[in-house]
Each structure stands twice: as structure tokens, then as C-alpha cells.
Ligand binder design. Structure first.
Ligand code: AQP
Length: 344
């Protein structure tokens, strides 16, 4: 008998992604994720959610959670997501995510989760004191994606491993329940110059909301002065910029700043080197600061304007959730039938 390739997924293409409401969004979230959302919405049906269930995996002040959700929604809108085109909603407004996650908890294998490096990074030395939710977070992420049968997931490079897990869960579900092609095996869209933006204080660690130093990141809400100051104080080395990308490899901070310049200006890193080779950071940083202010400054202003009208943001999220439920609920009903649930 010959092994037959599993039936391919034949449904529509969809984009799904989300961001946790766990603090100020930064340049890494913007370049790694948000700019891609705004672009893709015009190409494929797009679902973008605020991951408030994921936020619960670490302690979050209950009195702040709702306003944090609005802030992420405002960031989505300020960076170009159009609620008439994309479906924007809060994860907790679509209970099908959590219900499907339970079924996927029974599909995923412990060994798969044991390999997740992000859990190791986030739990650090205190693994035993981490929530079980932090451990199973990638399973909920698989449910977030597959409840919409999403085929494309725009994320930063740090999420690539979780996307592999989603593909493994989809394939095992399709196989175990003899439902070939039921779930797609989604692709991570990590390409592009902003896929991994590093800390401004240390070019070897990624820019992150949870870094204790605010000088490690540029926040979407930073004003022009703060952005310029952070770029000026960014760690660098005394050498001038080289001519080739190869020569940048051993200089992580320099490589990061050139990458940020390239991503913000829509050019390649090689092109940026072509302009700045031979110049030191004394010349390069002011140009980068001006560029960052011109791109990021208006986003913060637009977020503040949107947040002054929370009722409008709530209306957008409610409308998006209704459209999201209309897609997610039939998928969940079908999964329950396939699995053999007593109650549908
Ligand atoms: N440094 C980064 N470079 C490129 N992309 C990044 N992303 C995060 N950091 C970078 C991408 O942003 C999206 C939203 O991420 P998230 O907030 O849901 O979770 P995260 O990856 O845990 O983000 P942070 O900022 O690093 O938060 P903390 O400090 O809480 O862990 C994702 O697509 C992510 O890839």
C-alpha cells in the first residue's frame, strides 16, 4: 500500500493575527505585525483581534484590562486598519476561541509544548510558579487561528515556532478524526525587514514590552522628543557604517539600527548602507531619529484622538465581533460534530 498525501485544504484564504493588551505597543510590534495587517486587509479577508485571553496568562490588573483592549484597538486603527474592510474585535467576545482551545489541548502532545522556547523565556527560572495558561498559550493561539480556518498569519519572527505548532495541531486533528483537509495548515508571514527588531539597549535581545528599560524601545505613544532621545541614546559602537551586510553581522546594535531605518523607509538594508557607508553614528542617528519621528509621531497623535472617544472604539469592536462570531461559530459546531460531542 502506498502512503497517500493528505487532502489539501480547499477553503477560502484568510488572514488572522492579534496582539496582547499587556502594555504599550512598540516599534517591534509595529514593524513585525501591525504594518502587515494594514497591507494585507486589501488583499485577503482579514481578522485582527485583541488577545485579552492571552493577557490573563500573566497577572493583569482587572481594572485596566478593558482600557488596554481599547488602546490596542486604537493602535490598529491608527496604523491603517479600516473597520469597514477588516474584522477587528476582542478575543473574549468570541467564546469559540476558548472552546476550540479545549479540544486542541486534547490533540496537542505534551512533548510539543515542552519544546516551546517562548514559554522558557517568559517563565525564566520560575517555571513552577508560572500559570498553566502561559504553558498552553500556543494551543489557544492555534484555536485563534483555526477557528477562522485562517491560511496566513502575519507575525514577528518570535512567533514562528508557535505557528509550526498550529500546523502540527491542524494536521493531527485532520488525521485523527479522519477529516482530511478540514483545517488548513496556515503559513506564518514573517518576511520583511521588520521581522525581528532588537532592543535599543542590547542588539542581542528582542525589543519587548516587558523590558524594564523604557529606553530599550520606541513606543507607539512616544512623542517626537522621546523618540529622538531614545534614538540618540541607542547603544552603538564607534566604527563607521560598512559597505556590505556581511560586515554588519558581528555588530548587532549597528545591524539593528540599519534594519530599523530600512523597515521605516521601505528600503533594503543594503540600499541604506549604500547611502551611509563610511559615516559614523553621529551622522546616522539624527537621520534615523527624523525618520522615526515622521513615521511614528502621527500614529501616537491619532491614537490619542481615537481614545478620546471610547464609545466609538467599543462600537467598532462590537461590530467586528459579530462578524467574527458568524465565521467562528459554524467552524466550532462542525468540530463538535466531528469529535462526537453530546451537546452541539
Ligand atoms: N521585537 C519584535 N520585532 C518584531 N516583531 C515583534 N513582535 C513582538 N516583538 C517584536 C510581534 O508583535 C506581535 C504582537 O506581539 P504580542 O504583544 O502579542 O506578544 P509578544 O510577542 O510577547 O510581544 P512583546 O512586545 O515581546 O511583549 P512581551 O514583552 O509581553 O513578551 C507578534 O506578531 C510578535 O511576533
Amino acid at each position: 500500500m502506498t502512503d497517500q498525501a493528505p487532502a489539501p485544504y480547499a477553503g477560502p484564504q484568510r488572514v488572522l493575527s492579534g496582539v496582547q493588551p499587556t502594555g504599550d505597543l512598540h516599534l517591534g510590534n509595529y514593524l513585525g505585525a501591525l504594518v502587515k495587517f494594514a497591507r494585507l486587509q486589501h488583499e485577503i479577508e482579514t481578522f485582527i483581534f485583541v488577545a485579552d485571553l492571552h493577557a490573563l496568562t500573566e497577572w493583569v490588573d482587572p481594572s485596566k484590562l478593558k482600557s488596554n483592549v481599547r488602546e490596542i484597538a486604537a493602535a490598529y486603527l491608527a496604523t491603517g486598519l479600516d473597520p469597514k474592510v477588516a474584522n477587528i474585535f476582542a478575543q473574549s467576545a468570541v467564546p469559540a476561541h476558548a472552546e476550540l482551545a479545549w479540544i486542541f489541548n486534547c490533540v496537542a502532545r505534551l512533548g510539543w509544548l515542552d519544546r516551546m522556547t517562548q514559554f522558557k523565556d517568559k517563565a525564566g527560572k520560575h517555571k513552577e510558579r508560572s500559570s498553566v495558561g502561559l504553558y498552553t498559550y500556543p494551543v489557544l493561539q492555534a484555536a485563534d487561528i483555526l477557528v477562522y480556518k485562517a491560511t496566513h498569519v502575519p507575525v514577528g519572527e518570535d512567533q514562528r515556532q508557535h505557528l509550526e505548532l498550529t500546523r502540527d495541531i491542524a494536521a493531527k486533528f485532520n488525521h485523527d478524526f479522519e477529516a482530511p483537509g478540514f483545517f488548513p495548515l496556515p503559513d506564518a508571514l514573517t518576511q520583511g525587514p521588520g521581522a525581528r527588531i532588537m532592543s535599543l539597549r542590547d542588539g542581542k535581545v528582542k525589543m519587548s514590552k516587558s523590558d524594564p528599560s523604557d529606553y530599550s524601545r520606541i513606543n507607539l505613544t512616544d512623542d517626537a522628543d522621546a523618540i529622538s532621545q531614545k534614538v540618540r541614546k541607542a547603544r552603538t559602537d564607534p566604527e563607521p557604517l560598512p559597505e556590505t551586510l556581511d560586515e554588519l553581522k558581528a555588530r548587532p546594535e549597528a545591524e539593528n539600527l540599519v534594519g530599523v531605518y530600512a523597515a521605516l523607509s521601505g528600503r533594503t538594508a543594503q540600499d541604506v548602507l549604500g547611502e551611509f557607508a563610511g559615516q559614523g553614528f553621529g551622522a546616522f542617528k539624527p537621520k534615523l531619529a527624523d525618520l522615526a519621528v515622521s513615521v511614528m509621531g502621527p500614529i501616537g497623535g491619532e491614537m490619542r484622538r481615537l481614545l478620546a472617544d471610547p464609545a466609538e472604539i467599543d462600537r467598532i469592536l462590537a461590530a467586528g465581533a459579530e462578524r467574527a462570531r458568524a465565521v467562528a461559530e459554524p467552524t466550532l459546531a462542525e468540530v463538535k460534530r466531528i469529535v462526537g460531542y453530546w451537546a452541539g
